[in-house]
Design a protein around this ligand. Sequence first.
Ligand SMILES: [Zn+2]
Length: 118
Amino acid sequence: MTNADLQAVSDLTAEQLHLNLNPKVEVHEVQKGRVRPKTGKVTIPNWALSRGEPYVIAYVIHEVCHYKFMGHGQNFRTCEMSALKPWGLFPIYSRAYIKELRQGSVNGPTLYKRPKRA
Ligand SMILES: [Zn+2]
């Protein structure tokens, strides 16, 4: 995915969530993604790009949802799930994070599965 693709995911999510800003997506060589509400920037780690399109889309959506809810509580999760829906992505969680993405619903085929640690 190109930077423009990632920006498009962010823009559409910001619109869906009725945010009053359009976060700017940047890809950097960092370990973890983050949001900087003051500057309106979202950082995506470049390693995420190698995990395929569904994962990258979900990663951007995760960060953009943090403009609405900090932390990973129930409000955040509801927001994340609803923002993934238009992309046909259904998340399976392990603690705060998505470990698997399925197509359309819990019964859909697996599009992404978190790699096991070596
Ligand atoms: Zn988070």
